[in-house]
Design a protein around this ligand. Structure first.
Ligand code: ADP
Ligand code: MG
Length: 398
């Protein structure tokens, strides 16, 4: 069921309306200084559109995990200052968005004005999806827009309960874009359709593998995850990260997946994890007992890249190695470059997953792929075919 979007609302009706927008401003902050501002920038198109049409914009977001009570460490105040810079207007900060004072303050916003509410998780009712708290948030507006894809897999007061109380309840531009890219990729992929999975653990991605297997033409496995498959094949994995309790499952996947499943054929190994440490490239059946695999090897990179370059749809989740510690970033970079080449050749290329997105951004390739998802957990659950409560609660498209 597709959902009603902000673009589908009659924009002339936005003039003077108070619009509550659930955004994802969950940015890293250390000592009051914002690190990566990607999520702030990603929320701007919806905010700007509303302002241009004369709406009065009230932003709701969570930040970190403050455990249901106010904690200055998790205050959104620094984000209000950053929004002022990026929007070039003053932003009213609402220290207690559940209060009558906040509602009064919002009524005094000028047309095109913007207010940012304090961290929704300062209230225990947020994560409990409490209807009374949602009613307080709903009292701040006339229209609800959810643009927080990164929080859409959580049924919280500001993402789920509020959408039943404040109507119309529609998807903002970012949420719409995420649903379109991820939805089309798994729903009607141009083929060949290739998934690339990596990262530390297979355990968090079993549902993803099982959901994708019937849909993809190839599934490429890298990261430490590959080592659990190696163990399932009876290979020596040395000191590599292996999830013993998933080896049986990996065996089953190897049997059912047939030649859809592509594993690395070689590995970059070292005695310990350290930048610039001496490394060796070995065949996957020759991992020394006293060493660990920290990256896929060059032959695997070349094999993966060849498959990726031929694909028409590619979804990538999870780095190929310990990319944070060079030289173990080579496999991840190789895959990132192959993604860029596939994009240039007309493929739809999507990156979902916090660490993979960070790796691609660090390589300066984030604008050479079709779409970098802003929601790690949310994109996983969506690709697994699970309903996202924050999306389900929105109005259906007519
Ligand atoms: P994402 O956030 O993209 O979904 P994950 O969180 O699943 O990715 O995994 C990322 C982590 O996996 C990184 O910190 C990376 O260092 C680690 N990793 C990848 N390959 C290996 C490996 N061979 N051994 C140990 N850790 C690995
Ligand atoms: Mg991660």
């Amino acid at each position: 069921m597709s959902k009603r979007t902000l673009a589908q609302l009659d924009a002339s009706h936005l003039d003077g309306q108070r619009v509550v927008v659930r955004v994802d401003l969950n940015v890293p902050i250390a000592d009051g200084v914002i690190g990566d501002d990607t999520r702030i920038r990603a929320s701007l198109p919806t905010i700007r559109f509303l302002r241009e049409h004369g709406a009065r914009v009230v932003l709701l977001s969570h930040l970190g995990r403050p455990k249901g009570k106010p904690d200055p460490v998790f205050s959104l105040k620094p984000v209000a200052r950053e929004l002022e810079k990026q929007l070039g207007i003053p932003v009213t900060f609402l220290p207690d968005p559940a209060s009558e004072a906040a509602a009064a303050e919002v009524r005094h916003l000028p047309r095109g004005g913007v207010a940012l509410a304090e961290n929704t998780r300062f209230y225990p009712g947020e994560e409990a999806n409490d209807r009374a708290l949602a009613a307080r948030f709903a009292a701040l507006g006339d229209i609800y827009v959810n643009d927080a894809f990164g929080s859409a897999h959580r049924a919280h007061a500001s993402t789920e309960a509020i959408a039943h109380q404040l109507k119309p309840a529609v998807a903002g531009f970012l949420l719409e874009r995420e649903l379109r890219f991820l939805g089309d990729a798994v729903g009607q992929p141009a083929r060949p359709f290739v998934a690339i999975l990596g990262g530390a653990k297979i355990s968090g991605k079993i549902d993803l593998i099982e959901a994708l297997l019937p849909k993809v033409d190839k599934i490429l496995i890298g990261g430490a995850m590959a080592c659990t498959f190696f163990r399932a094949m009876g290979l020596e994995t040395g000191k590599s990260l292996v999830e013993e309790d998933r080896v049986e499952m990996a065996k089953r996947l190897i049997d059912t997946a047939g030649d859809k499943l592509v594993l690395p054929t070689d590995a970059v190994v070292a005695g310990r994890l350290e930048a610039g440490v001496a490394t060796r490239v070995v065949k996957r059946d020759a991992i020394p007992a006293d060493q660990a695999m920290f990256d896929i090897g060059p032959a695997s990179v070349e094999h993966f890249a060849a498959i990726i370059r031929e694909a028409r749809t590619v979804i990538w989740n999870g780095p190929m190695g310990v990319f944070e510690t060079p030289p173990f970033d080579a496999g991840t970079l190789g895959v990132a470059h192959a993604m860029a080449a596939a994009t240039d050749a007309g493929a739809v290329t999507i990156i979902g997953g916090g660490d993979s997105a960070a790796a691609v951004a660090a390589a300066g390739l984030d604008d050479r792929v079709s779409h970098v998802s802003t929601g790690g957990g949310a994109s996983l659950e969506f690709l697994e075919g699970k309903p996202l409560p924050g999306v389900a609660a929105l109005d259906d498209a007519s």
